[in-house]
Structure formats: C-alpha cells, structure tokens
Ligand binder design. Structure first.
Ligand code: SDX
Length: 390
C-alpha cells in the first residue's frame, strides 16, 4: 500500500454516529450521583431532593453521601470529618508558597496552583485506584478552604489563622478568613451554600475533571482541570460577574436601559440561563430567600437592582426558558458573610470538590477514555509545496 499518497475519499461521515455542537443533549455515561429535571427545576443528590439536604444535612454529611453513596452513620461521619481535619492545616512550606504568590493573583489561580503543588508531594508513587484517589481527594477537600482563607489574609498583609478543629468545615473557613468565630447563623448559611454547590451532574467542570481522570491521570490533575474550567464566567465565574454587573448598573432605575443595550448586543446577562434548567434553578430559589434575609442596609440598593433585573429578564426571556441560575443570588450571601467578591468562585470550587471526587470514583469503575470526534470541514488530498516555491 503506497501510504505516502494514500487518497482520502472525501470526509468519511460514518466516522461518528451523531453530531451535537457542544455535546448538547448528549449522555456520555450512566451515573447515580445526581439528577436534574430541567423542565420542572428539580435537583436530587442520590435520590434526595436538594431542598431537603439543604435544610437538614451538613456539608460534611452531604459530601460523604455523594462520595460514598450512602448517608453516613455517626461514626462514619466523625471519621470523615476527622480525615478532612487532618488535612486542613497549612504547614510552613505551604505558607511560604502563598507568600511568594503575587497579591494580585486571582484566588482561583491560587487554588489551581496549590492543588498542583500538592501533587508534587505525592511524588511518583501515586497508584491509580480507589484508595489513592480517595486519599488525594480528601486531602484536597481538606486543604482548599485553608488555602483560600490564608491567601486572602496574606494579600491583606495579615498572618494566616490556623484552623480551629472544634468548628465545622464551613465555620472553620469563616474563622480562618475573618479571624472571628462566626455566628451560628452565618456558619449555617455558608454550610447550606456549600451543600447547594456540591454537585450538579455533568457540568463543564465535572466533565473536564472526568476527561482528565478517564486517561488514568491522578485526582490532583483531574481537580486542577475542574478548577480551571469552573473559573470561566459562563460557568462558576458567573457569581463574581453578577455582583460586578450589579455594581456597574448601580440602581434599579438604571436596569431597563442597561439590559436593553446589553441584550440588543446579544450579551449574556450573568446569573441567568442554563443548559439544562428551562425553569427556575431550585438552588436560586433557596439562595434568593437567604440573600433577601441577609442583605443589610449597605446592599439594599444592590438587592433591589437584582430584583428589577429578575423582573425584566423574566418578562423578556422567561418564555425562552431563561431564569436565574445558582449564580444570580449567591453573591449577596457571600458578601454578607464578609467574603471578597473575587473569592466567590473559589467557594464554589471548594463545595464542588465533593461532586468532582464522587464522579471520578464512580467513573473509574467503568472508565472509558473520552475521545469524541470533530467534523472535519477542511480540504483533503492537498499537495505539500516546498518553501522555496511559496
Ligand atoms: C453554572 O451546567 C451546570 O450545571 C452549571 C452549574 C453548576 O452547578 O455546575 O449550574 C453552574 O455554571 C450556572 C451558569 C452560570 N453562567 C451564567 O450565568 C452565564 C450566563 N449564562 C449563559 O451564558 C448561558 O445561559 C449558559 C452558558 C449558562 C447556558 O448556555 P447555552 O445552553 O449554551 O445557551 P445558549 O448560549 O445557546 O443560549 C440559547 C439562547 C441564545 O439566544 P438565541 O441565539 O437562541 O436567540 O438563549 C440566550 C442566547 O443568547 N441566552 C441568554 C442567556 N443565556 C442564554 N441571553 C441573555 N442572557 C443570558 N444569560
């Protein structure tokens, strides 16, 4: 066979079974971790409705539930919380790294870099398998809150605050961030936000995590893929952009003009729309109530501006199935808890680490490398022209 001049007879359409731009509507594998009913705006984690978990569970318990597949006994939950606590402290090396980072670095980039640094300590002896995967996953989950809290203190010229392991996962983050023991209500609300953000099926960042782990890469590399993907403003980065948009608009009376101009330019309004939900995102429904409850005098105009946007968007885009998503109201809650705007997506990443780890472990059980096709629309049988002839 003269392979040098083998001719392609046109682009073989039968190279792939079907085509869907951006894989819209495509199921790539089976999962029992969560389900979204986009038409009716329903989300369940392993069969339990998100509202019930948000109301009755804790983030540690929900993370265990997602990762191990069953609600933990008291002893199992205690051991899981202890495992997380064993990794929450930063050592002098970690803090030295954080102090060397540019203070202008985005917290999501800090998170990404630190998870990569954690893999260096694993050295080459990472054996792909449930035990190593779980160990690395819990190490990452344990450390993420400390990394973000410590970086924020360092960039403000303050010393990091060591964790207080008498506190819950959420309360410990607020303690390490603000240097004050959070009120019970504040810790409970952050805990609820972590539950709401813990898992959401095959979103872009979970898919990226799985594409990486499907090549039998380790959990560190997979979570680095997830963090990088979540950062995008069409995905987890939207929560930070919502608050920046509200601050740009400034007041409810400016909403109409701003949105008419933006939508005329086909700009996407941050915090609205969803690939799966064509009804109100159930997480947005819950967060809106907490945002209303927590928004004090200082942010009252901002919240009223948000309500005006929601009204305008509902009228104009509701019929197209475009409603507020999880990112539209979450920023109000984080602001009220003293979390800086550029850290909102990092909170999302901290919470979603549970879902990423659950999916990595589940997919490993029947792993198949992700390798879709692109429809080739380029030329074929083109002759190479030597440079002196070009
Ligand atoms: C998250 O996937 C997940 O589960 C993600 C997430 C999770 O928990 O992991 O839920 C978290 O990422 C929520 C989404 C956060 N992103 C944003 O808020 C950014 C703004 N939203 C859009 O960019 C958009 O809605 C997406 C990216 C969320 C979904 O995009 P799709 O499914 O690709 O929809 P599309 O861009 O093809 O839009 C379809 C139509 C278009 O109009 P036409 O060209 O048909 O006339 O709807 C319009 C779009 O212009 N549209 C919007 C809009 N979202 C869609 N128009 C104005 N503002 C918007 N926000």
């Amino acid at each position: 066979m003269d392979y040098k001049n083998k001719k392609i007879k046109g682009v073989l359409k039968q190279d792939y079974q079907f085509f869907s731009h951006g894989l819209e509507g495509v199921a790539a594998f089976e999962t029992s971790i969560s389900y979204i009913d986009g038409k009716d705006g329903i989300l369940i984690y392993r069969g339990i409705p998100i509202g019930e978990l948000a109301e009755r569970s804790t983030y540690e318990e929900t993370a265990y539930f997602l990762i191990y597949g069953s609600l933990p006994t008291k002893a199992e939950l205690k051991k899981f919380s202890n495992d997380l606590e064993n990794h929450i402290s930063l050592d002098t090396e970690d803090i030295k790294w954080l102090k060397d980072f540019p203070v202008a670095a985005h917290p999501m980039d800090v998170l990404n870099t630190c998870v990569s640094l954690m893999s260096l300590s694993e050295g080459g002896d990472y054996e792909i398998g449930r035990e190593s995967d779980l160990k690395a996953g819990i190490q990452i989950m344990g450390k993420m809150p400390s990394i973000i809290a410590a970086f924020d203190r360092i960039r403000k010229g303050k010393e990091p605050i060591p964790p207080d392991n008498k506190l819950s996962y959420a309360a410990n983050f607020l303690w390490m961030l603000n240097g004050e023991k959070p009120k019970e209500k504040e810790a409970r609300i952050l805990d609820l936000c972590l539950i709401l953000h813990a898992e959401h099926g095959v979103c872009a960042s979970t898919f990226a995590t799985l594409v990486t782990s499907s090549t039998m890469a380790d959990v560190y590399s997979s979570i680095v893929s997830g963090i990088g993907t979540l950062k995008g403003y069409l995905h987890g980065g939207a929560n930070e952009q919502v608050i920046r948009m509200l601050e740009r608009i400034g007041a409810p009376e400016n909403v109409e003009k701003y949105l008419n101009e933006a939508t005329k330019k086909k700009e996407k309004i941050m915090g609205f729309g969803h690939r799966v939900y064509k009804a109100l995102d159930p997480r947005a429904r819950i967060l809106k109530n907490y945002a209303r409850d927590l928004t004090g005098k200082r942010d009252e105009v901002l919240f009223k501006t948000a309500l005006k946007i929601e009204k305008f968007m509902e009228k104009k885009f509701g019929p197209k199935g475009i409603y507020p998503n999880v990112d539209f109201y979450s920023g109000f809650v984080y602001k009220a808890l003293g979390i800086p705007t550029d850290m909102f997506t990092s909170i999302f990443a901290i919470a979603r680490s549970a879902g990423w780890i659950a999916h990595i472990l589940e997919y490993r059980e029947s792993s198949r490398i992700f390798r879709p096709r692109g429809i080739y629309s380029g030329p074929v049988n083109v002759k190479y022209i030597p440079i002196k002839a070009r």
